[in-house]
Design a protein around this ligand. Structure first.
Ligand code: NAP
Ligand code: ZN
Ligand code: ZN
Length: 349
C-alpha cells in the first residue's frame, strides 16, 4: 500500500513529506488511518540518530490513535471504523518466557519497534505514525475508550504507559509518596497517573515556571532541582522516584530524596549515560536503581481503561506535520505543554 509520511532521510536533514510503501494486509492485520500521533522525545533522538541505531529513511511516531479502515480475514478483535491505538511495539517473538507472561516489552529476542524495527514478515524497516496509515497485527493494537478526546489520548500510548508500568510494577498505592523528575511528556503523565492512584506526588523540575502547572496536574510539592536548599529539604521523603529526564544528570541527589528501601526508576534514555551515583548511601539505606521499558500491551489496555474511568488525557499542543521541526526545537528547550500531537487530517501532505 502506498501512502505519504513524514520521513527523515538522514540525521541532519529536516523531516519531509514523501511516499512510502506499507506491507500488504496479512490475515491478522488491521489497517489504521492515523488521526493523531504524539511527538515523543524518542522520535527526536531517533530522527537525529542520537542513539546511533537509526536506519534511514526513517518515519517516526509511536503514539498513534486512528480509525480502522480495513481488517484481515483472521481479525476478530477489531472492526472497521473502530477507534484504536498503537504504541511503541508492533510485534515480538510471542514464544519466549516474557512473551508468554504478556510482558512483550522484555521479549528475549527484542520486541519489534513500531518504527526503525525489522518487520518479522517482510524483513524491511517498520515505519511509524507520522504517516497517513499504519498496518499492525491485531495483537499489538489496543482499543481506545470512546469517552476521551482523541488527540489527548495519543500520548498515552507511549508516555502514559511508560510511567504507568513502573507505578504498577512497584505497586504504588494511595498514600505512597512518589517523586517525578522532569515535567515533560512522560513526567506530566507520571504526575497525573500517580496522583490518580492516590499517591502524594513531588515534582522535581529545572524549570521554576512549570511549578503552577505541576500543582494543577496533581503534584502536592514542587522542588526546583537546581536549588540545593530545596533539594536538602526533600531528603529521605519518598518511596519511589520516576526519573523522566531526557539528558544525563547527577542521580545522587535523587537517591538522597528516597526513604530507606526506596526505588529510583529511570525511564529517560539520554544520549550519554548518567555519571555513576555515590554507592555508599545506596548500601546503607538499601536503595535500588532500576530501569523500565515502556509497558506491555496488557498494561497499555489497563492504563487506557483507567484513563477512561478517571477522564485522564495528556495536556497537548496540536500541530500540523509541516511544523514538526519547530516542535523538535521547542522540545529541546523543554518548551512543550506538555506533548505535541500531530493532527494528521490537518496536515498538508
Ligand atoms: P520531554 O517531553 O522532552 O521531557 C523531558 C524533560 O526532562 C524536560 O521537559 C525537562 O523537564 C527535563 N530536563 C531537564 N534537563 C534537561 C535537559 N538538559 N535536556 C532535556 N530535558 C531536560 O521528553 P519525553 O518525551 O518525556 O521523554 C523523556 C525521556 O524518556 C527521553 O529520553 C525519551 O527517549 C525517554 N523515553 C523512554 C521510554 C522508556 O520506555 N523507558 C519511553 C519513552 C520515552 P523540566 O523542565 O521539568 O526540568
Ligand atoms: Zn516514546
Ligand atoms: Zn519474546
Amino acid at each position: 500500500m502506498k501512502i505519504t509520511a513524514l520521513v527523515a532521510h538522514d540525521a541532519n536533514a529536516p523531516l519531509v513529506s514523501a511516499p512510502i510503501t506499507l506491507r500488504s494486509l496479512q490475515d491478522q492485520d488491521v489497517n489504521i488511518e492515523v488521526l493523531y500521533c504524539g511527538v515523543c522525545h524518542s522520535d527526536l533522538h531517533m530522527a537525529r540518530n542520537e542513539w546511533a541505531v537509526s536506519r534511514y529513511p526513517l518515519v517516526p511516531g509511536h503514539e498513534i490513535v486512528g480509525r480502522v479502515v480495513e481488517v484481515g480475514a483472521g481479525v476478530t478483535r477489531f472492526h472497521r471504523n473502530q477507534i484504536v491505538g498503537v504504541g511503541v511495539m508492533v510485534d515480538s517473538c510471542r514464544e519466549c518466557h516474557f512473551c508468554q507472561m504478556q510482558e512483550e516489552q522484555y521479549c528475549e529476542q527484542g520486541f519489534t519497534a513500531t518504527y526503525n524495527g525489522i518487520d518479522r514478515y517482510t524483513g524491511q524497516s517498520t515505519t511509524g505514525g507520522y504517516a497517513q496509515n499504519i498496518i499492525v497485527d491485531q495483537n499489538f493494537v489496543v482499543s481506545v475508550p470512546d469517552s476521551l478526546p482523541l488527540a489527548g489520548v495519543a500520548p498515552l500510548l507511549c508516555a502514559g504507559v511508560t510511567v504507568w508500568s513502573p507505578l504498577r510494577h512497584f505497586n504504588v498505592k494511595a498514600g505512597d509518596r512518589v517523586g517525578v523528575v522532569g515535567l515533560g511528556g512522560l513526567g506530566h503523565m507520571a504526575v497525573k497517573l500517580a496522583s490518580a492512584l492516590g499517591a502524594e506526588v513531588t515534582l522535581f523540575t529545572t524549570s521554576p515556571q512549570k511549578g503552577a502547572d505541576a500543582y494543577r496536574l496533581g503534584a502536592k510539592q514542587v522542588v526546583i532541582s537546581t536549588q540545593s536548599e530545596q533539594m536538602a529539604a526533600s531528603q529521605a521523603s519518598l518511596d519511589i522516584i520516576i526519573d523522566c529526564v531526557a539528558a544525563a544528570h547527577d542521580l545522587t541527589p535523587y537517591l538522597a530524596a528516597l526513604k530507606t528501601n526506596g526505588h529510583l526508576v529511570l525511564v529517560g534514555i539520554p544520549e550519554t549515560s548518567h555519571p555513576s551515583p555515590q554507592i555508599t548511601p545506596m548500601v546503607f539505606r538499601r536503595l535500588s536503581i532500576s530501569g523500565s521499558s515502556i509497558g506491555s500491551i496488557k498494561e497499555t489496555q489497563e492504563m487506557l481503561d483507567f484513563c477512561g474511568q478517571h477522564s485522564i488525557t495528556s495536556d497537548i499542543e496540536l500541530l500540523q506535520g509541516e511544523e514538526i521541526e519547530t516542535a523538535f526545537e521547542r522540545m529541546l528547550k523543554g518548551d512543550v505543554k506538555y506533548r505535541f500531537v500531530i493532527d494528521m487530517q490537518a496536515t498538508q501532505w
